[in-house]
Design a protein around this ligand. Structure first.
Ligand SMILES: C[S@@+](CC[C@H](N)C(=O)[O-])C[C@H]1O[C@@H](n2cnc3c(N)ncnc32)[C@H](O)[C@@H]1O
Length: 346
């Protein structure tokens, strides 16, 4: 597959590049301090910005996105602005976190983009009418959804008949290194040191968040009891603790059921769910979306050329593409990469 989507708004991309060339203090003041952490690989790195644009171009091309596109869980809005630069007519970004939406709006103002609108909202209950969008992009967000089935039902509801969805994520459950890295991430989120947590944009680990919440909501418990419950309630949100702790106090024998993965107890965002791309396609088909796994941009010869990869790399990619297109070893190829890409049509 080649990335055939042309760049329509070169000046917009230039303005976006100037943002990534700003110093961290200016970005923190103009946009948000967390923008620096999230995009640390792109700051002061024009090649990185080009790579990001290539990635969005590839997704746009693979998903055949156009018309009115919903960027679901749009974060700081960079992908949405890139889509606009690639000529997509209208983008609506939706995100659950207010600081992300506010920052995306600031960024949109800063780069003077039109046709990009950012809304605060939950992907599991979208603030959009039925059959109102031509395409949906879900980039690096599927692994954070608390209620994925509801999200895909919503995607199906807001897509017009024949509309397209493209989803990419780097939490490929079929890839062994991703599995162990994700388990390590969960451990750090639950009990990490301040330095480890800072790298994730967290100041307090989830166990401590639960402990503090329990102590504040249930003052009759002593520190040791609050600690005991906090350590056994991995995956519980504050709302779940509100229900579980009184029941536990009534019935000391009640079993708590900690989750394997973890979740931010305050904002209820999942800290990286592992996703099996093949199973995810089946889930999407249950919501009326005809979905298949496509090669990621890693296998894209066009992207590789732009990134100046060596000829050997290019030929390996060509071979991989051939094997992919004939279905031979497709599952083995999916397992080889951390990232995966799913394209679907309603
Ligand atoms: C890793 S970021 C990716 C952001 C953006 N798509 C990108 O590629 O830069 C994941 C985003 O998902 C958002 N999110 C998580 N659960 C959500 C939900 N239920 N509804 C809307 N946004 C959600 C988070 O707030 C966060 O901005």
């Amino acid at each position: 597959m080649t990335s055939a989507v042309p760049l329509l708004e070169a000046r917009l991309v230039d303005r976006l590049r100037t943002v990534f060339a700003l110093d961290e203090a200016t970005i923190a003041k103009t946009l948000h301090p967390d923008f620096n952490r999230y995009f640390r690989g792109l700051l002061g790195n024009p090649a990185g910005v080009n790579g990001y644009l290539d990635e969005v171009r590839y997704l746009c091309s693979a998903g055949r996105l156009g018309g009115h596109v919903l960027d679901l869980a749009s974060g700081f809005g960079v992908a949405a602005i890139c889509l606009r630069a690639l000529g997509v007519e209208k983008i609506t970004g939706v995100d659950l976190v207010e600081t992300k939406v506010v920052t995306a709006r600031k960024l949109a103002d800063h780069v003077q983009v039109n046709g990009c609108n950012f809304l605060l909202g939950n992907a599991a209950a979208l603030p959009l009418a039925d059959a109102s969008v031509d395409g949906v992009l879900i980039k690096d967000a599927a692994s954070h959804f608390r209620y994925p089935k509801r999200v895909y039902a919503e995607v199906s509801r807001v897509l017009k008949p024949g509309g397209r969805m493209v989803l990419s994520d780097d939490r490929n459950a079929l890839n062994e290194p991703v599995r162990s890295a994700t388990e390590r991430l969960w451990e750090v989120s639950e009990t990490g040191s301040p330095a480890e947590l800072a790298k994730l944009g967290l100041s307090v680990c989830y166990t401590q968040m639960r402990r503090d919440y329990i102590a504040q909501r249930f003052p009759s418990l002593d520190e040791r009891q609050a600690d005991w419950i906090a350590q056994r309630t991995r995956g519980y949100t504050y709302v779940m603790l509100d229900m579980a702790v009184p029941r536990l106090l009534e019935d000391q024998g009640m079993a708590l059921t900690p989750a394997a993965s973890c979740i931010n107890p305050a904002n209820e965002i999942v800290q990286e769910r592992l996703l099996d791309p093949i199973e995810l396609c089946r889930e999407l088909s249950r919501h009326g979306l005809d979905a298949s796994v496509l090669p990621t941009s890693v296998w894209d010869v066009g992207t590789a050329k732009r990134r100046g990869s060596r000829w050997l790399g290019l030929w390996r990619r060509r071979l991989a593409q051939m094997l992919w297109s004939t279905g031979i070893a497709r599952t083995r190829l999916i397992k080889r990469t951390a990232d995966f890409l799913i394209a679907a049509r309603k």
